[in-house]
Design a protein around this ligand. Structure first.
Ligand code: ADP
Length: 180
């Protein structure tokens, strides 16, 4: 997409474990309960310790569940990251239930929350492409395009790193970067 190539320098792709990231904030692919789950969510709570879950419970008590497409923020507990942004991606239902838009909103609301907290460096996992079964090629295009468009307008966030857990996922995000 024309006009977005200049922001590509602010987007990095790495293969690895997001719990080890040293960005100011990492994003968690949470579920609506905010009370922890498997995959990257389980890994973040295990590595970050009980403080993150305590804050998630407080948010849940104050405002209820976090619907798909929305995001909330807690401290990073024992992680190197100062903050964790918990967002809820869509569960794939074949593509006819607004999944693309919900995934886009999950990225956008995470980015907005980061900018509001003056966060300059942020790491995302591949939201929804694990247990939620969103096709990774389609998710990668949405993720890269949404982040690139946001960074084109935003003046706060200087670096967004996608931390991808396997080669197949990394390859799809690389392809999405190249076809921007
Ligand atoms: P969702 O329920 O949103 O699909 P999952 O956690 O099941 O979330 O999977 C999302 C992606 O995160 C998958 O690509 C999965 O392989 C990856 N993942 C799992 N653990 C980690 C981790 N520690 N760091 C980065 N990515 C991870």
């Amino acid at each position: 997409m024309s006009g977005l190539k200049d922001v590509l320098a602010k987007i990095e792709l790495v293969m690895g474990d997001i719990t080890e990231e040293e960005t100011e904030a990492i994003v968690n692919a949470a579920n609506s309960s905010l009370l922890g789950g498997g995959g990257v969510d389980g890994a973040i709570h295990r590595a970050g310790g009980p403080q993150i879950l305590k804050e998630c419970r407080e948010i849940r008590n104050a405002q209820g569940e976090c619907p798909p497409g929305y995001a909330v923020i807690t401290s990073g507990g024992n992680l190197k990251a100062k903050y964790v942004i918990h967002t809820v991606g869509p569960i794939w239902q074949g593509g006819i239930a607004g999944e693309d838009r919900t995934l886009k909103n999950a990225y956008l609301n995470s980015l907005r929350l980061a900018a509001e907290h003056d966060i300059k460096t942020l790491a995302f996992p591949s939201i929804s492409t694990g247990a939620y079964r969103f096709p990774v090629d389609r998710a990668a295009s949405i993720a890269i395009e949404t982040v690139a468009k946001f960074l084109k307008e935003d003046r706060t966030i200087g670096k967004v790193r996608f931390v991808l857990f396997d080669e197949e996922t990394y390859g799809q995000y690389e392809r999405a970067m190249l076809s921007l």
